[in-house]
Structures are given as structure tokens and as C-alpha cells.
Design a protein around this ligand. Structure first.
Ligand code: ATP
Ligand code: MG
Length: 290
């Protein structure tokens, strides 16, 4: 059950690449990039291409055992799998937050291996992160926390408070809060917000980065089922409406099916299922855990 990339993606490129060794795959990507006109390349290149990704933390266990997949722009992908299957390691390796042992990652059109530290920082600034723990600064207002999403693209090194941030940025931060339905709590301290509200502020902070791609590691795992459902629905609707790409992990199989276009399941570091969510049900996915 392997899904093809969505239409508009240069399919032949990836069919060819999958039959090559890792070095060959890199050359294929490089030569394709070189011959494609810039506009066409921007329109057609997938947001994420992962080939032959391997990672071990010790000599005995391979946490990622040759992972291959492609995420076209605008697609929403759920990564599922048991505890320890390698989901977070895969997300982190794609962003080079940890160094993979082998394999190629092309993220937003750039070869991750070839990037220098500054280029890597600039690239990560284009990616919105949402984690299980929202990591808001408790004593600061919701609006100031959202403003901090603009720091990676700002010339200023220190975090702003809402009172001293430029008006254009304050307006933008307020608009981000309104997009998650929380304009009315802009002035409230983060430690006075509910869990669901805090996670929505974290989503607004990620939006403030003006991301093309959102990466979310168990974004609603800390919330009760009803808040989790509400936040996940809001998040997925927002991603769809704004045409962003989303890669998220979840242990909630119904969320994976309802809120992703496609589900990828990992077992012991290998992909064991990659299918459109429209072809899946919870029972099929549950069976993968047995
Ligand atoms: N920094 C690290 N050092 C050593 N081992 C690690 C490290 N990070 C992850 N691991 C190991 O790699 C394996 C995969 O971990 P990972 O966190 O990627 O799994 P996961 O699928 O995200 O699990 P969960 O659903 O519990 O979040 C686990 O056995 C874990 O102990
Ligand atoms: Mg994890």
C-alpha cells in the first residue's frame, strides 16, 4: 500500500531515485535541480524528500533503518507507530536537529547535508514547530509569546515585549492569535491560559514564523480528549486553508485518519504502511501495532 506523491510532483524523478544508491540519489537530485527552470522548480519540487535515512544511537539498535518518503507541498501527513518506533527521531533527523548516519534529506528544496550552520538556521526559520509541551514563557502575555515567533527572521537578538515591538509586528501577532480564535486573550499571561488555549497560542507563535511547513510532534497529547479534538481540528483546518504542508506524529489513530491526507506508519525504524487516509480505518491501523 504505497502511495504515489500527489499530482504536480515530478514522479519520474523519485521513481528513478528510489532505484539508486544513496550517492546516486544525491546526484539525481542535484542534476534535476540544475536543469529545471527556477519557476518550474519552485512550483513542482516537493517540500520534503527523504531517501535511505538511517540513524543509530548505539551499536546494537538501528532507530531509523532506511526510511524513504516524499511529502508534496500542501499535503498533511500523519506519522504513527508504537512508542520507540522512531517517529521523533525521524522528524528531528529531517530537520538535522540530530545528525543522521546515512541518507539524503531535501527540505524546502535544499539539500540538508550541504547547508552551513547559518543556512540551516535560516531554513529552520521557515518551519513552524509545535510540540507536545507548548513551551510558552509563563510570565509573558499570549501576544508577547506569539511575537517571539518572529525572532528568527528579525535582526534584533533579544526577545520583545509587546509594548516595545514594532506596531506592524504587534498587528501581525494579533492576527495570528485571531486565526486560532484567541484574539480576546492577547493580554492574558500565558500561565493563566488553559491547556487547549496554550497549545493554540503555540500554534499562533508557529504561524508568526510565516512557515511553509509545519512540523508537530504529538501536538495534542497533553490535552484531554475533547480539547485535543478541538485543537487538532482547528490546527488541521488552518493548515488546509492556508495551503501549508504538515507533518505530525500522533498516537490517536482517529486523528491521523481525520486530519491527515496520508498516514505513514513506522515500526522499529522502517515504514510499514504509507497510504492515503481515505483508504484507512482505525482497525487497519491498530493491527499494525500487534
Ligand atoms: N538522544 C538519544 N539517545 C539515545 N537513544 C535515543 C535518543 N533519542 C531516541 N533514542 C531511542 O531511539 C528510539 C526511538 O525513539 P523516538 O523518540 O524516535 O521514538 P518515538 O516513535 O517518537 O516514540 P514515542 O511515541 O514514545 O514518542 C527509542 O528506543 C529511544 O530510546
Ligand atoms: Mg516521540
Amino acid at each position: 500500500m504505497t502511495m504515489e506523491p500527489a499530482s504536480g510532483v515530478p514522479l519520474a524523478m523519485f521513481r528513478d531515485a528510489t532505484s539508486l544508491d544513496e550517492a546516486g540519489a544525491s546526484r539525481a537530485f542535484a542534476s534535476q535541480a540544475a536543469i529545471m527552470p527556477v519557476n518550474e522548480k519552485a512550483a513542482r519540487e516537493p517540500d520534503l524528500v527523504v531517501r535511505g535515512l538511517r540513524k543509530s544511537f548505539d551499536k546494537t539498535t538501528r532507530v531509523l533503518d532506511g526510511v524513504d518518503f516524499t511529502v508534496p507541498a500542501g499535503q498533511s501527513v500523519a506519522l504513527i507507530g508504537a512508542n520507540g518506533a522512531g517517529k521523533s527521531t525521524l522528524l528531528r533527523s529531517c530537520l538535522r536537529l540530530i545528525e543522521p548516519d546515512a541518507g539524503d534529506v531535501r527540505l524546502l528544496g535544499r539539500d540538508m547535508r550541504s547547508l552551513k550552520a547559518r543556512e540551516l538556521r535560516e531554513l529552520r526559520a521557515e518551519i513552524g514547530f509545535v510540540f507536545q509541551k507548548h513551551n510558552l514563557v509563563p510570565r509573558l502575555s499570549a501576544l508577547t509569546n506569539v511575537l517571539h515567533g518572529a525572532l528568527p527572521r528579525s535582526a534584533l537578538a533579544r526577545p520583545w515585549f509587546q509594548s516595545c515591538a514594532p506596531k506592524s509586528l504587534r498587528d501581525e501577532a494579533l492576527a495570528c492569535l485571531e486565526r486560532v480564535g484567541l484574539g480576546h486573550v492577547a493580554a492574558r499571561r500565558a500561565d493563566k491560559l488553559s491547556g487547549g488555549q496554550s497549545q493554540r497560542v503555540a500554534i499562533a507563535r508557529a504561524l508568526m514564523q510565516r512557515p511553509r511547513l509545519m512540523v508537530a510532534d504529538e501536538p495534542v497529547a497533553s490535552l484531554d480528549p475533547s480539547s485535543g479534538e478541538e485543537v487538532m481540528r482547528l490546527f488541521a483546518d488552518l493548515i488546509r486553508r492556508e495551503g501549508l504542508t504538515l507533518l505530525f506524529t500522533s498516537h490517536d489513530l482517529s486523528h491521523a485518519i481525520a486530519y491527515a491526507d496520508r498516514v505513514i506508519a513506522l515500526r522499529r525504524g522502517s515504514i510499514v504502511l504509507d497510504a492515503p487516509s481515505s483508504e484507512l480505518n482505525v482497525a487497519t491501523l491498530r493491527a499494525l501495532y500487534d
